[in-house]
Design a protein around this ligand. Sequence first.
Ligand code: ADP
Ligand code: GLC
Length: 540
Amino acid sequence: MAKKKSVSTVDILSKTKKVHSSVQKDSLSEAINSPAPAEASLDHIVTPVPAAETLPQPRRSIAFIGSECYPFIKTGGLGDVMYALPRTLAKLNCDVKVILPRYKCIPQKWQEKMIYRGAFQMDLCSDGRSFYVGIMEYVWDGVVYDFIDNQEFFSNGNPYTNLIDDIPKFCYFSKAALAALNYMDWIPDIIHCHDWQAALVPVYLRTLFSNTKIGGAKTMLTIHNLRFQGVYNIPTIKYWTGLPDYLFGVDVFKTGADDANMFKAGLAFADMITTVSNTYAGEIQTSFYGEGLDSHLSYHSRKLRGIVNGIDIDQWNPSVDPKLAKGYDVSNVLKNKPQNKLALQEQLGLDKDEGKFVIGLVSRLTDQKGLDLVNAILPALIDGNTQVVVLGTGDPYYESSFRAFEYTYKGSVCSNIMYDEGRAHLIYAGSDALLIPSLFEPCGLTQLIAMRYGTVPIVRETGGLKDTVEPYNQYTGEGNGFTFDWYRTELLLDAINRAKTVYFTDRSNWDKLVERDMNKDVSWENSAKQYRELYLQLRP
Ligand code: ADP
Ligand code: GLC
Protein backbone atom coordinates (compact mmCIF):
# COMPACT_ATOMS: atom_id res chain seq x y z
CA MET A 1 0.00 0.00 0.00
CA ALA A 2 2.84 2.34 0.88
CA LYS A 3 3.91 2.35 -2.80
CA LYS A 4 0.60 3.83 -3.80
CA LYS A 5 1.01 6.91 -1.63
CA SER A 6 1.39 9.73 -4.13
CA VAL A 7 2.12 13.43 -3.78
CA SER A 8 -1.54 14.23 -4.34
CA THR A 9 -2.56 11.99 -1.45
CA VAL A 10 -0.17 13.83 0.86
CA ASP A 11 -1.58 17.17 -0.28
CA ILE A 12 -5.06 15.96 0.39
CA LEU A 13 -4.15 14.74 3.84
CA SER A 14 -2.75 18.08 4.87
CA LYS A 15 -5.95 19.71 3.60
CA THR A 16 -8.31 17.34 5.34
CA LYS A 17 -6.37 17.77 8.61
CA LYS A 18 -7.50 21.39 8.60
CA VAL A 19 -11.09 20.18 8.29
CA HIS A 20 -10.80 18.42 11.64
CA SER A 21 -10.41 21.56 13.60
CA SER A 22 -13.04 23.48 11.71
CA VAL A 23 -16.03 24.22 13.88
CA GLN A 24 -16.30 27.85 12.95
CA LYS A 25 -18.56 29.21 10.27
CA ASP A 26 -15.55 30.62 8.38
CA SER A 27 -14.12 27.20 7.76
CA LEU A 28 -17.44 25.72 6.66
CA SER A 29 -16.81 26.08 2.96
CA GLU A 30 -13.37 24.53 3.38
CA ALA A 31 -14.92 21.60 5.23
CA ILE A 32 -17.46 20.85 2.55
CA ASN A 33 -15.11 21.52 -0.35
CA SER A 34 -12.16 19.48 0.80
CA PRO A 35 -11.25 17.13 -2.05
CA ALA A 36 -11.15 13.38 -1.72
CA PRO A 37 -8.20 11.28 -2.91
CA ALA A 38 -7.57 11.56 -6.59
CA GLU A 39 -8.27 7.88 -7.37
CA ALA A 40 -10.56 7.17 -6.61
CA SER A 41 -31.71 -19.47 10.27
CA LEU A 42 -28.08 -18.88 9.57
CA ASP A 43 -26.65 -21.39 12.04
CA HIS A 44 -25.29 -23.57 9.22
CA ILE A 45 -23.02 -20.78 7.98
CA VAL A 46 -19.51 -21.06 9.32
CA THR A 47 -16.79 -19.21 7.45
CA PRO A 48 -13.26 -19.57 8.77
CA VAL A 49 -11.22 -16.41 9.39
CA PRO A 50 -7.91 -16.62 7.43
CA ALA A 51 -4.64 -17.06 9.30
CA ALA A 52 -3.17 -13.75 10.53
CA GLU A 53 -0.07 -13.91 8.29
CA THR A 54 -2.13 -14.20 5.09
CA LEU A 55 -4.29 -11.17 5.88
CA PRO A 56 -3.77 -8.00 3.85
CA GLN A 57 -1.92 -5.28 5.75
CA PRO A 58 -2.32 -2.82 7.39
CA ARG A 59 -5.25 -3.47 9.72
CA ARG A 60 -7.96 -0.80 9.71
CA SER A 61 -10.94 -0.24 12.00
CA ILE A 62 -14.34 0.70 10.61
CA ALA A 63 -17.61 1.59 12.31
CA PHE A 64 -20.62 0.86 10.09
CA ILE A 65 -23.65 2.96 10.96
CA GLY A 66 -27.02 2.23 9.35
CA SER A 67 -30.69 1.65 9.97
CA GLU A 68 -31.00 -2.05 9.08
CA CYS A 69 -28.96 -5.23 9.01
CA TYR A 70 -29.96 -8.79 8.20
CA PRO A 71 -30.86 -10.99 10.10
CA PHE A 72 -31.86 -8.58 12.88
CA ILE A 73 -33.92 -6.23 10.75
CA LYS A 74 -34.26 -6.00 6.97
CA THR A 75 -36.67 -4.30 4.60
CA GLY A 76 -34.52 -4.45 1.46
CA GLY A 77 -31.01 -4.60 0.06
CA LEU A 78 -29.50 -2.20 2.61
CA GLY A 79 -30.05 -4.90 5.23
CA ASP A 80 -28.18 -7.43 3.07
CA VAL A 81 -25.23 -5.09 2.53
CA MET A 82 -24.95 -4.19 6.22
CA TYR A 83 -24.74 -7.93 6.94
CA ALA A 84 -22.43 -9.16 4.21
CA LEU A 85 -19.91 -6.36 3.67
CA PRO A 86 -18.70 -6.16 7.31
CA ARG A 87 -18.27 -9.93 7.41
CA THR A 88 -16.18 -9.87 4.24
CA LEU A 89 -14.12 -6.92 5.51
CA ALA A 90 -13.45 -8.81 8.75
CA LYS A 91 -11.75 -11.46 6.62
CA LEU A 92 -9.67 -8.75 4.94
CA ASN A 93 -8.05 -7.68 8.21
CA CYS A 94 -10.57 -5.02 9.16
CA ASP A 95 -11.83 -4.56 12.68
CA VAL A 96 -15.55 -3.94 12.17
CA LYS A 97 -18.27 -2.70 14.46
CA VAL A 98 -21.83 -2.31 13.18
CA ILE A 99 -24.02 0.24 14.97
CA LEU A 100 -27.78 -0.20 14.64
CA PRO A 101 -30.94 0.93 16.37
CA ARG A 102 -32.25 -1.60 18.86
CA TYR A 103 -35.73 -1.76 17.37
CA LYS A 104 -38.31 -3.48 19.50
CA CYS A 105 -39.30 -5.48 16.40
CA ILE A 106 -35.92 -7.28 16.24
CA PRO A 107 -36.88 -10.93 16.88
CA GLN A 108 -36.58 -12.17 20.46
CA LYS A 109 -34.05 -14.78 19.33
CA TRP A 110 -31.55 -11.95 18.67
CA GLN A 111 -32.61 -9.70 21.53
CA GLU A 112 -31.71 -12.53 23.91
CA LYS A 113 -28.15 -12.68 22.63
CA MET A 114 -27.43 -9.01 23.31
CA ILE A 115 -25.37 -8.06 26.35
CA TYR A 116 -25.66 -4.76 28.20
CA ARG A 117 -22.57 -2.66 27.45
CA GLY A 118 -23.42 0.59 29.24
CA ALA A 119 -25.69 3.65 29.21
CA PHE A 120 -25.54 7.44 29.49
CA GLN A 121 -27.62 10.58 28.97
CA MET A 122 -27.10 12.63 25.79
CA ASP A 123 -28.14 16.19 24.92
CA LEU A 124 -29.90 16.31 21.57
CA CYS A 125 -32.27 19.18 20.85
CA SER A 126 -31.61 22.89 20.58
CA ASP A 127 -33.27 23.42 23.98
CA GLY A 128 -30.85 20.97 25.56
CA ARG A 129 -33.44 18.19 25.97
CA SER A 130 -31.54 15.08 26.86
CA PHE A 131 -32.19 11.41 26.11
CA TYR A 132 -31.16 8.01 27.38
CA VAL A 133 -28.65 6.06 25.25
CA GLY A 134 -28.22 2.39 26.09
CA ILE A 135 -25.74 0.11 24.32
CA MET A 136 -26.48 -3.58 23.84
CA GLU A 137 -23.79 -5.71 22.22
CA TYR A 138 -23.62 -8.94 20.28
CA VAL A 139 -20.43 -10.37 18.80
CA TRP A 140 -20.84 -12.75 15.89
CA ASP A 141 -18.34 -14.21 13.40
CA GLY A 142 -15.67 -11.56 13.87
CA VAL A 143 -18.09 -8.60 13.73
CA VAL A 144 -19.27 -6.62 16.78
CA TYR A 145 -22.89 -5.39 16.66
CA ASP A 146 -23.78 -2.52 18.98
CA PHE A 147 -27.47 -1.70 19.27
CA ILE A 148 -28.48 1.76 20.41
CA ASP A 149 -31.27 1.36 22.90
CA ASN A 150 -34.03 3.92 23.49
CA GLN A 151 -37.63 2.81 23.74
CA GLU A 152 -39.01 6.25 23.04
CA PHE A 153 -37.62 6.16 19.49
CA PHE A 154 -37.41 2.48 18.57
CA SER A 155 -40.64 0.88 19.80
CA ASN A 156 -42.59 0.78 16.54
CA GLY A 157 -43.39 -2.46 14.77
CA ASN A 158 -41.43 -1.26 11.74
CA PRO A 159 -38.06 0.53 11.47
CA TYR A 160 -39.61 3.26 9.32
CA THR A 161 -43.04 4.76 9.90
CA ASN A 162 -43.56 8.34 8.80
CA LEU A 163 -41.31 11.37 8.57
CA ILE A 164 -42.79 13.00 11.66
CA ASP A 165 -41.41 10.12 13.72
CA ASP A 166 -38.47 9.17 11.54
CA ILE A 167 -36.76 12.56 11.45
CA PRO A 168 -36.29 12.81 15.27
CA LYS A 169 -35.50 9.07 15.41
CA PHE A 170 -32.57 9.29 13.00
CA CYS A 171 -31.28 12.62 14.34
CA TYR A 172 -31.10 10.87 17.69
CA PHE A 173 -29.58 7.71 16.19
CA SER A 174 -26.78 9.51 14.30
CA LYS A 175 -25.71 11.51 17.32
CA ALA A 176 -26.09 8.59 19.72
CA ALA A 177 -23.90 6.37 17.49
CA LEU A 178 -21.00 8.84 17.74
CA ALA A 179 -21.55 9.40 21.44
CA ALA A 180 -21.59 5.62 21.97
CA LEU A 181 -18.24 5.21 20.19
CA ASN A 182 -16.74 7.86 22.46
CA TYR A 183 -18.37 6.24 25.49
CA MET A 184 -16.93 2.82 24.57
CA ASP A 185 -13.61 4.47 23.75
CA TRP A 186 -13.64 2.63 20.40
CA ILE A 187 -12.19 5.16 17.98
CA PRO A 188 -12.26 3.81 14.42
CA ASP A 189 -10.11 4.94 11.48
CA ILE A 190 -13.20 5.19 9.32
CA ILE A 191 -16.88 5.75 10.04
CA HIS A 192 -18.88 4.26 7.18
CA CYS A 193 -22.44 5.64 7.14
CA HIS A 194 -25.33 4.37 5.06
CA ASP A 195 -28.21 6.32 3.52
CA TRP A 196 -30.05 9.33 4.94
CA GLN A 197 -30.77 7.70 8.27
CA ALA A 198 -27.05 7.89 9.16
CA ALA A 199 -26.21 10.95 7.05
CA LEU A 200 -25.99 13.32 9.99
CA VAL A 201 -22.98 11.43 11.36
CA PRO A 202 -20.40 13.31 9.20
CA VAL A 203 -22.13 16.60 10.07
CA TYR A 204 -22.03 15.97 13.82
CA LEU A 205 -18.48 14.65 13.60
CA ARG A 206 -17.11 17.82 12.00
CA THR A 207 -19.10 20.16 14.27
CA LEU A 208 -20.28 19.18 17.74
CA PHE A 209 -17.86 16.22 17.99
CA SER A 210 -14.78 17.72 16.35
CA ASN A 211 -13.01 18.28 19.64
CA THR A 212 -13.91 14.92 21.13
CA LYS A 213 -11.96 11.65 20.97
CA ILE A 214 -13.70 10.55 17.77
CA GLY A 215 -13.12 13.89 16.02
CA GLY A 216 -10.17 12.62 13.96
CA ALA A 217 -11.98 9.73 12.26
CA LYS A 218 -12.65 9.89 8.50
CA THR A 219 -16.14 9.43 7.10
CA MET A 220 -17.59 7.63 4.12
CA LEU A 221 -21.27 8.01 3.24
CA THR A 222 -22.81 5.40 0.94
CA ILE A 223 -25.88 6.19 -1.13
CA HIS A 224 -28.02 3.08 -1.43
CA ASN A 225 -31.06 4.94 -2.64
CA LEU A 226 -31.21 8.67 -3.32
CA ARG A 227 -35.00 8.70 -3.42
CA PHE A 228 -35.19 8.88 0.36
CA GLN A 229 -33.41 11.90 1.80
CA GLY A 230 -34.87 12.89 5.18
CA VAL A 231 -36.37 16.25 4.23
CA TYR A 232 -38.44 18.35 6.63
CA ASN A 233 -38.92 22.00 7.48
CA ILE A 234 -35.87 23.86 8.77
CA PRO A 235 -37.19 24.73 12.26
CA THR A 236 -38.01 21.08 13.01
CA ILE A 237 -34.64 19.75 11.88
CA LYS A 238 -32.81 22.60 13.56
CA TYR A 239 -34.64 21.78 16.78
CA TRP A 240 -34.04 18.04 16.72
CA THR A 241 -30.41 18.15 15.58
CA GLY A 242 -29.37 20.96 17.92
CA LEU A 243 -26.98 22.03 15.14
CA PRO A 244 -25.96 25.68 14.72
CA ASP A 245 -27.78 28.12 12.43
CA TYR A 246 -24.91 28.59 10.00
CA LEU A 247 -25.35 25.01 8.71
CA PHE A 248 -28.83 25.75 7.39
CA GLY A 249 -27.76 27.52 4.20
CA VAL A 250 -27.87 26.09 0.66
CA ASP A 251 -24.39 24.54 0.87
CA VAL A 252 -25.37 22.15 3.62
CA PHE A 253 -28.96 21.60 4.79
CA LYS A 254 -31.19 23.97 2.90
CA THR A 255 -33.22 22.63 0.01
CA GLY A 256 -36.12 24.25 -1.87
CA ALA A 257 -37.71 27.32 -0.28
CA ASP A 258 -37.38 26.49 3.41
CA ASP A 259 -36.73 22.81 3.92
CA ALA A 260 -33.73 21.04 5.40
CA ASN A 261 -32.33 17.89 3.80
CA MET A 262 -30.37 15.49 6.02
CA PHE A 263 -28.84 13.50 3.14
CA LYS A 264 -27.68 16.66 1.41
CA ALA A 265 -25.91 17.85 4.57
CA GLY A 266 -24.19 14.49 5.07
CA LEU A 267 -23.00 14.41 1.46
CA ALA A 268 -21.49 17.88 1.91
CA PHE A 269 -19.55 16.88 5.02
CA ALA A 270 -18.50 13.28 4.23
CA ASP A 271 -14.83 12.80 3.35
CA MET A 272 -15.84 10.29 0.70
CA ILE A 273 -19.17 9.47 -0.95
CA THR A 274 -19.81 6.10 -2.52
CA THR A 275 -22.79 4.59 -4.21
CA VAL A 276 -23.56 1.01 -5.08
CA SER A 277 -22.70 0.89 -8.78
CA ASN A 278 -20.64 2.87 -11.22
CA THR A 279 -23.55 3.54 -13.54
CA TYR A 280 -25.69 4.92 -10.68
CA ALA A 281 -22.74 7.14 -9.64
CA GLY A 282 -23.02 8.76 -13.06
CA GLU A 283 -26.82 8.70 -13.24
CA ILE A 284 -27.35 10.59 -9.98
CA GLN A 285 -25.50 13.54 -11.43
CA THR A 286 -28.27 13.94 -14.01
CA SER A 287 -31.63 15.58 -13.39
CA PHE A 288 -33.59 12.42 -14.25
CA TYR A 289 -31.98 10.28 -11.54
CA GLY A 290 -30.60 12.96 -9.22
CA GLU A 291 -33.78 13.37 -7.11
CA GLY A 292 -33.05 17.11 -6.87
CA LEU A 293 -29.49 16.55 -5.63
CA ASP A 294 -27.82 16.20 -9.05
CA SER A 295 -26.00 19.52 -8.98
CA HIS A 296 -25.01 19.05 -5.32
CA LEU A 297 -23.54 15.67 -6.27
CA SER A 298 -21.81 17.02 -9.37
CA TYR A 299 -20.29 19.69 -7.17
CA HIS A 300 -18.95 17.00 -4.84
CA SER A 301 -18.13 14.53 -7.61
CA ARG A 302 -14.40 14.50 -6.87
CA LYS A 303 -15.14 12.53 -3.73
CA LEU A 304 -17.83 10.29 -5.31
CA ARG A 305 -17.11 6.66 -6.31
CA GLY A 306 -19.25 3.73 -7.47
CA ILE A 307 -18.64 0.22 -6.11
CA VAL A 308 -21.05 -2.50 -7.10
CA ASN A 309 -22.62 -4.66 -4.37
CA GLY A 310 -22.08 -8.37 -4.03
CA ILE A 311 -24.10 -10.97 -2.17
CA ASP A 312 -23.14 -13.29 0.66
CA ILE A 313 -22.55 -16.53 -1.22
CA ASP A 314 -22.87 -18.63 1.94
CA GLN A 315 -26.25 -17.18 2.78
CA TRP A 316 -27.31 -17.59 -0.86
CA ASN A 317 -26.00 -21.04 -1.73
CA PRO A 318 -28.33 -23.38 -3.66
CA SER A 319 -26.22 -26.43 -2.87
CA VAL A 320 -26.88 -26.22 0.90
CA ASP A 321 -29.96 -23.98 1.05
CA PRO A 322 -32.29 -25.63 3.58
CA LYS A 323 -35.29 -23.78 2.11
CA LEU A 324 -35.10 -25.62 -1.23
CA ALA A 325 -36.86 -28.82 -2.22
CA LYS A 326 -33.66 -30.08 -3.83
CA GLY A 327 -30.18 -28.58 -3.52
CA TYR A 328 -28.02 -28.12 -6.61
CA ASP A 329 -24.81 -26.67 -7.94
CA VAL A 330 -23.60 -25.99 -11.45
CA SER A 331 -22.78 -29.66 -12.08
CA ASN A 332 -26.37 -30.83 -11.54
CA VAL A 333 -28.48 -27.70 -11.97
CA LEU A 334 -30.15 -28.95 -15.14
CA LYS A 335 -31.27 -32.13 -13.39
CA ASN A 336 -32.17 -30.76 -9.92
CA LYS A 337 -33.46 -27.24 -10.48
CA PRO A 338 -36.73 -28.44 -12.13
CA GLN A 339 -37.62 -30.20 -8.88
CA ASN A 340 -37.68 -26.81 -7.20
CA LYS A 341 -39.95 -25.54 -9.95
CA LEU A 342 -42.40 -28.38 -9.29
CA ALA A 343 -42.23 -27.74 -5.53
CA LEU A 344 -42.87 -24.03 -6.08
CA GLN A 345 -45.85 -24.72 -8.34
CA GLU A 346 -47.28 -27.18 -5.87
CA GLN A 347 -46.84 -24.92 -2.83
CA LEU A 348 -48.33 -21.92 -4.57
CA GLY A 349 -51.22 -23.65 -6.30
CA LEU A 350 -49.93 -23.15 -9.84
CA ASP A 351 -50.49 -25.74 -12.56
CA LYS A 352 -47.78 -28.31 -11.94
CA ASP A 353 -45.84 -28.57 -15.16
CA GLU A 354 -42.07 -28.66 -15.52
CA GLY A 355 -42.35 -27.44 -19.11
CA LYS A 356 -43.86 -24.05 -18.26
CA PHE A 357 -41.68 -20.95 -18.27
CA VAL A 358 -41.80 -19.56 -14.73
CA ILE A 359 -41.05 -15.87 -14.23
CA GLY A 360 -40.35 -14.71 -10.66
CA LEU A 361 -40.59 -11.19 -9.25
CA VAL A 362 -39.22 -10.61 -5.74
CA SER A 363 -39.45 -6.95 -4.93
CA ARG A 364 -40.65 -4.07 -2.85
CA LEU A 365 -43.85 -3.08 -4.67
CA THR A 366 -43.01 0.54 -5.48
CA ASP A 367 -42.73 2.72 -8.57
CA GLN A 368 -38.93 2.33 -8.47
CA LYS A 369 -39.24 -1.30 -9.53
CA GLY A 370 -40.94 -0.75 -12.90
CA LEU A 371 -44.20 -2.36 -11.83
CA ASP A 372 -46.40 -0.14 -13.98
CA LEU A 373 -44.70 -1.78 -16.97
CA VAL A 374 -45.32 -5.23 -15.52
CA ASN A 375 -48.99 -4.42 -14.89
CA ALA A 376 -49.37 -3.24 -18.48
CA ILE A 377 -47.92 -6.36 -20.10
CA LEU A 378 -48.95 -9.11 -17.72
CA PRO A 379 -52.08 -10.17 -19.64
CA ALA A 380 -49.96 -10.51 -22.79
CA LEU A 381 -47.56 -12.86 -20.98
CA ILE A 382 -50.12 -15.43 -19.97
CA ASP A 383 -50.19 -17.61 -23.07
CA GLY A 384 -50.66 -21.07 -21.55
CA ASN A 385 -46.90 -21.72 -21.43
CA THR A 386 -45.92 -19.05 -18.95
CA GLN A 387 -46.44 -18.58 -15.22
CA VAL A 388 -45.72 -15.54 -13.06
CA VAL A 389 -44.90 -15.63 -9.34
CA VAL A 390 -44.82 -12.36 -7.42
CA LEU A 391 -43.47 -11.88 -3.89
CA GLY A 392 -43.58 -8.42 -2.35
CA THR A 393 -45.27 -5.78 -0.26
CA GLY A 394 -45.55 -2.05 -0.63
CA ASP A 395 -47.78 0.37 -2.49
CA PRO A 396 -51.42 -0.72 -1.95
CA TYR A 397 -52.13 -0.01 -5.63
CA TYR A 398 -49.65 -2.69 -6.74
CA GLU A 399 -50.65 -5.06 -3.97
CA SER A 400 -54.23 -5.05 -5.21
CA SER A 401 -53.38 -5.13 -8.91
CA PHE A 402 -51.25 -8.25 -8.43
CA ARG A 403 -53.98 -9.83 -6.30
CA ALA A 404 -56.42 -9.13 -9.12
CA PHE A 405 -54.11 -10.78 -11.66
CA GLU A 406 -53.94 -13.89 -9.52
CA TYR A 407 -57.72 -13.96 -9.39
CA THR A 408 -58.06 -13.56 -13.17
CA TYR A 409 -55.29 -16.00 -14.12
CA LYS A 410 -55.68 -18.65 -11.42
CA GLY A 411 -53.13 -21.42 -11.93
CA SER A 412 -50.83 -19.20 -14.00
CA VAL A 413 -50.25 -16.23 -11.69
CA CYS A 414 -49.56 -16.36 -7.97
CA SER A 415 -49.22 -13.13 -5.97
CA ASN A 416 -47.68 -13.49 -2.54
CA ILE A 417 -48.35 -10.14 -0.91
CA MET A 418 -46.07 -10.67 2.05
CA TYR A 419 -42.49 -10.45 3.22
CA ASP A 420 -41.13 -13.97 3.53
CA GLU A 421 -37.42 -14.87 3.34
CA GLY A 422 -38.09 -18.60 2.94
CA ARG A 423 -40.47 -18.09 0.05
CA ALA A 424 -37.97 -15.78 -1.61
CA HIS A 425 -35.39 -18.59 -1.60
CA LEU A 426 -37.82 -21.01 -3.19
CA ILE A 427 -38.81 -18.50 -5.89
CA TYR A 428 -35.16 -17.81 -6.77
CA ALA A 429 -34.59 -21.56 -7.11
CA GLY A 430 -37.87 -22.55 -8.74
CA SER A 431 -38.16 -19.83 -11.40
CA ASP A 432 -36.58 -19.91 -14.85
CA ALA A 433 -36.23 -16.14 -15.05
CA LEU A 434 -36.41 -13.20 -12.64
CA LEU A 435 -37.94 -9.92 -13.72
CA ILE A 436 -36.36 -6.58 -12.66
CA PRO A 437 -37.56 -3.85 -15.05
CA SER A 438 -36.68 -1.00 -12.66
CA LEU A 439 -37.20 2.68 -13.42
CA PHE A 440 -33.98 3.18 -11.47
CA GLU A 441 -31.88 0.70 -9.55
CA PRO A 442 -28.84 1.86 -7.56
CA CYS A 443 -27.49 -1.68 -7.57
CA GLY A 444 -30.10 -4.36 -7.13
CA LEU A 445 -29.33 -7.63 -5.39
CA THR A 446 -32.10 -9.84 -6.72
CA GLN A 447 -30.44 -10.20 -10.14
CA LEU A 448 -27.25 -11.35 -8.36
CA ILE A 449 -29.15 -13.85 -6.22
CA ALA A 450 -31.01 -15.05 -9.32
CA MET A 451 -27.77 -15.73 -11.21
CA ARG A 452 -26.34 -17.58 -8.20
CA TYR A 453 -29.45 -19.81 -8.39
CA GLY A 454 -29.20 -20.35 -12.17
CA THR A 455 -32.25 -18.15 -12.78
CA VAL A 456 -31.86 -15.85 -15.75
CA PRO A 457 -32.40 -12.13 -15.04
CA ILE A 458 -34.55 -9.98 -17.34
CA VAL A 459 -33.64 -6.40 -16.50
CA ARG A 460 -33.77 -2.82 -17.61
CA GLU A 461 -30.33 -1.38 -18.35
CA THR A 462 -30.07 1.06 -15.47
CA GLY A 463 -27.79 1.47 -12.43
CA GLY A 464 -26.35 -1.74 -11.06
CA LEU A 465 -28.55 -3.85 -13.32
CA LYS A 466 -26.58 -2.50 -16.26
CA ASP A 467 -23.27 -3.15 -14.51
CA THR A 468 -24.01 -6.74 -13.52
CA VAL A 469 -26.14 -8.24 -16.31
CA GLU A 470 -24.43 -8.58 -19.66
CA PRO A 471 -27.04 -8.87 -22.45
CA TYR A 472 -27.39 -12.30 -24.04
CA ASN A 473 -25.95 -12.36 -27.52
CA GLN A 474 -27.55 -15.02 -29.69
CA TYR A 475 -24.66 -14.97 -32.20
CA THR A 476 -21.75 -15.38 -29.80
CA GLY A 477 -23.73 -17.20 -27.09
CA GLU A 478 -22.32 -14.80 -24.48
CA GLY A 479 -24.08 -12.82 -21.76
CA ASN A 480 -26.02 -13.42 -18.55
CA GLY A 481 -29.54 -12.22 -19.14
CA PHE A 482 -32.06 -10.35 -21.27
CA THR A 483 -32.06 -6.58 -21.17
CA PHE A 484 -33.85 -3.53 -22.56
CA ASP A 485 -32.98 0.14 -22.41
CA TRP A 486 -35.85 2.65 -22.70
CA TYR A 487 -38.56 2.49 -20.05
CA ARG A 488 -41.29 1.25 -22.38
CA THR A 489 -43.80 -1.59 -22.12
CA GLU A 490 -43.14 -2.94 -25.61
CA LEU A 491 -39.40 -3.17 -24.90
CA LEU A 492 -40.00 -5.11 -21.68
CA LEU A 493 -42.36 -7.46 -23.51
CA ASP A 494 -39.80 -7.90 -26.27
CA ALA A 495 -37.05 -8.78 -23.75
CA ILE A 496 -39.29 -11.40 -22.09
CA ASN A 497 -40.25 -12.82 -25.48
CA ARG A 498 -36.60 -13.07 -26.48
CA ALA A 499 -35.96 -15.04 -23.28
CA LYS A 500 -38.93 -17.32 -23.96
CA THR A 501 -37.79 -17.94 -27.53
CA VAL A 502 -34.39 -19.16 -26.35
CA TYR A 503 -36.00 -21.23 -23.58
CA PHE A 504 -38.54 -22.94 -25.85
CA THR A 505 -36.63 -23.22 -29.13
CA ASP A 506 -32.92 -23.26 -28.27
CA ARG A 507 -32.73 -25.15 -24.99
CA SER A 508 -29.04 -26.06 -25.22
CA ASN A 509 -28.11 -22.37 -25.36
CA TRP A 510 -30.54 -21.62 -22.53
CA ASP A 511 -28.90 -24.33 -20.44
CA LYS A 512 -25.47 -22.88 -21.14
CA LEU A 513 -26.79 -19.48 -20.04
CA VAL A 514 -28.03 -20.99 -16.78
CA GLU A 515 -24.63 -22.58 -16.15
CA ARG A 516 -22.79 -19.39 -17.08
CA ASP A 517 -24.89 -17.44 -14.59
CA MET A 518 -24.16 -19.92 -11.83
CA ASN A 519 -20.44 -19.60 -12.56
CA LYS A 520 -20.47 -15.81 -12.45
CA ASP A 521 -18.67 -14.28 -9.46
CA VAL A 522 -21.37 -12.38 -7.55
CA SER A 523 -19.56 -12.51 -4.20
CA TRP A 524 -18.42 -9.53 -2.13
CA GLU A 525 -14.76 -10.47 -2.58
CA ASN A 526 -13.78 -7.88 -5.23
CA SER A 527 -15.99 -5.07 -4.04
CA ALA A 528 -14.95 -5.42 -0.40
CA LYS A 529 -11.33 -5.07 -1.56
CA GLN A 530 -12.28 -1.84 -3.33
CA TYR A 531 -13.85 -0.49 -0.14
CA ARG A 532 -10.69 -1.44 1.74
CA GLU A 533 -8.62 0.47 -0.83
CA LEU A 534 -10.77 3.55 -0.29
CA TYR A 535 -10.45 3.26 3.50
CA LEU A 536 -6.68 3.18 3.04
CA GLN A 537 -6.80 6.24 0.82
CA LEU A 538 -8.70 8.06 3.54
CA ARG A 539 -6.43 6.76 6.29
CA PRO A 540 -3.11 5.61 4.70
P1 ADP B 1 -34.16 -2.86 -2.66
O1 ADP B 1 -33.12 -2.67 -1.63
O2 ADP B 1 -34.33 -1.66 -3.54
O3 ADP B 1 -35.46 -3.34 -2.11
P2 ADP B 1 -32.46 -5.02 -3.66
O4 ADP B 1 -32.56 -5.81 -4.92
O5 ADP B 1 -31.18 -4.37 -3.39
O6 ADP B 1 -33.67 -3.99 -3.67
O7 ADP B 1 -32.70 -5.96 -2.41
C1 ADP B 1 -33.91 -6.56 -2.11
C2 ADP B 1 -33.68 -7.60 -1.02
O8 ADP B 1 -34.89 -7.79 -0.32
C3 ADP B 1 -33.31 -8.96 -1.57
O9 ADP B 1 -32.56 -9.67 -0.60
C4 ADP B 1 -34.66 -9.63 -1.77
O10 ADP B 1 -34.57 -11.04 -1.77
C5 ADP B 1 -35.38 -9.12 -0.55
N1 ADP B 1 -36.84 -9.03 -0.67
C6 ADP B 1 -37.56 -8.07 -1.31
N2 ADP B 1 -38.88 -8.28 -1.15
C7 ADP B 1 -38.99 -9.39 -0.39
C8 ADP B 1 -40.11 -10.11 0.13
N3 ADP B 1 -41.36 -9.72 -0.09
N4 ADP B 1 -39.86 -11.20 0.88
C9 ADP B 1 -38.59 -11.60 1.12
N5 ADP B 1 -37.50 -10.96 0.65
C10 ADP B 1 -37.70 -9.87 -0.08
C1 GLC C 1 -31.24 0.20 -2.21
C2 GLC C 1 -31.41 0.10 -3.70
C3 GLC C 1 -30.91 -1.18 -4.30
C4 GLC C 1 -29.58 -1.61 -3.68
C5 GLC C 1 -29.72 -1.66 -2.17
C6 GLC C 1 -28.44 -2.08 -1.48
O1 GLC C 1 -32.34 -0.16 -1.48
O2 GLC C 1 -32.73 0.33 -4.10
O3 GLC C 1 -30.75 -1.02 -5.70
O4 GLC C 1 -29.21 -2.88 -4.17
O5 GLC C 1 -30.07 -0.40 -1.68
O6 GLC C 1 -27.36 -1.24 -1.80
